[in-house]
Every structure is written in C-alpha cells, then in structure tokens.
Design a protein around this ligand. Structure first.
Ligand SMILES: *[C@@H]1O[C@H](CO)[C@@H](O)[C@H](O)[C@H]1NC(C)=O
Ligand SMILES: *[C@@H]1O[C@H](CO)[C@@H](O)[C@H](O)[C@H]1NC(C)=O
Ligand SMILES: *[C@@H]1O[C@H](CO)[C@@H](O)[C@H](O)[C@H]1NC(C)=O
Length: 186
C-alpha cells in the first residue's frame, strides 16, 4: 500500500506538472495544464448570417474602393457590415444577434476575405455577450474555418473556432451563411 507521503506527492505532481506531448519534432510541444482555479465551459452556437449588399436596405456596404486595380481582381475592396444573425435560414426567423465589422478581399490570387468581426448576441443568457472572429474566409469553399480570438460577458476568455457554409447566394453578392461556433470560456 502506498504511503501517505507518496500519495500526496502523486496528487501534487498530477495537479502541477504539465503533461507534455511532442507532436512535430522540435517544432511544437503540447501540454495539458491542469488548472485548479476555475472550471472552463464549452459552448456550441448555431445560427445564420445574412449579408445583404444590394437593394434598398443593405446590411453591408463597400467603404474602400482601391485606386489601382492593376493588382487584379477584387483585391483591396472592403465592406463594413452590420448583419443580422438569425435562428433559422429565413431572414424573418428569430434574431439572435448581429455581426458587426469589416471584411476585405485580402488576396491577389483568389477571393479570400479577411474577416474582422464582432458577433454580439441578444438571445437569453447570451444577451450582451459577444465573440470576436478574426480570420480568412475563402467564400467559394464549401466549409470555411475561422478562429474565435476572444469574447466578453459569458464569453470572457473565449477561444475556439467557427465553421461557415454558404447556404444561399445571388449574383449581386448577397448571401446567407450557416455558422457553427465552438468556444471554450469561463
Ligand atoms: C499599380 O500597381 C502595379 C503593381 O501591382 C504597379 O506596377 C503600378 O505602378 C501601380 N500603378 C499606380 C498608378 O500606382
Ligand atoms: C437584451 O438586453 C437589453 C439591454 O440590457 C434589453 O433591452 C433587451 O430587451 C434584451 N433582449 C432580450 C432578447 O432579452
Ligand atoms: C453545423 O452543424 C450541423 C449539426 O451538426 C450540421 O448539420 C451542419 O452541416 C453544420 N454546418 C457547418 C457549417 O459546420
């Protein structure tokens, strides 16, 4: 039977020693940090993002038009958005939040966007809480992944990722995008 001292040592060791896993030779090491302070929670969110640039009531508008188009394509074109987030694909379904921020055509070689967005939520216990998304959105790919880099309210210390899939679009550039967001937070 293990002595009290060795059991105590084992508990202290388990609590304070990170567990190291080498993944790619010298390039990276992952450690599992056992925090005794606070319990982290994992939240999954599912909603639809409505980006409307045409018509009488656009929710996003172009704010930068590049002078020099010789770089090619759409590079440099920048939009400011205040887009509704709804529970279902229909725009008339329940409003659960708004995505406010900037997206810009950030590549000279494809139609990749740089997204800098605050997703503010109104629904239930999430009312007043927000997530920040910052990343590349290659709009013609089936499913895109973007990092969640932080949050406020319920989502303080948030980190995670968003998966985005266009479920409807038209020739004018309007789109409805399905989002699945997974975040760890306090
Ligand atoms: C436009 O950009 C190209 C490079 O993409 C450059 O060679 C050219 O000088 C620029 N023209 C002006 C007017 O700035
Ligand atoms: C969210 O909070 C705001 C201000 O605290 C309040 O006016 C609004 O009614 C709330 N919305 C919902 C859906 O609970
Ligand atoms: C989101 O999750 C639902 C349910 O798991 C799935 O049917 C849908 O394809 C997912 N969409 C994206 C963009 O990940």
């Amino acid at each position: 039977m293990a002595s009290f001292a060795s059991q105590t040592f084992l508990i202290i060791f388990t609590l304070f020693s990170p567990f190291f896993i080498t993944i790619n030779g010298e390039f990276s090491i992952q450690s599992i940090v056992t925090s005794t302070k606070r319990m982290e929670k994992m939240t999954h969110l599912h909603f639809y993002f409505h980006d409307t640039i045409s018509g009488k009531h656009p929710t996003a508008m172009q704010i930068i038009k590049p002078h020099n188009r010789s770089a090619g394509g759409l590079f440099g074109i920048t939009f400011m958005a205040d887009d509704p987030l709804t529970e279902k694909p229909k725009s008339s379904s329940k409003l659960v939040g708004r995505a406010q921020g900037i997206y810009a055509f950030a590549s000279q070689h494809d139609v990749g966007l740089l997204m800098v967005m605050n997703f503010a939520f109104f629904e239930g216990t999430y009312n007043g809480s927000a997530l920040s998304i910052l990343g590349r959105n290659e709009i013609f790919h089936d499913v895109r992944e973007m990092p969640v880099v932080g949050g406020t309210g319920i989502f303080r210390f948030a980190r995670g990722y968003a998966l985005a899939k266009t479920v409807w679009s038209n020739q004018k550039g309007d789109a409805i995008v399905e989002y699945n967001v997974s975040v760890v937070h306090y």
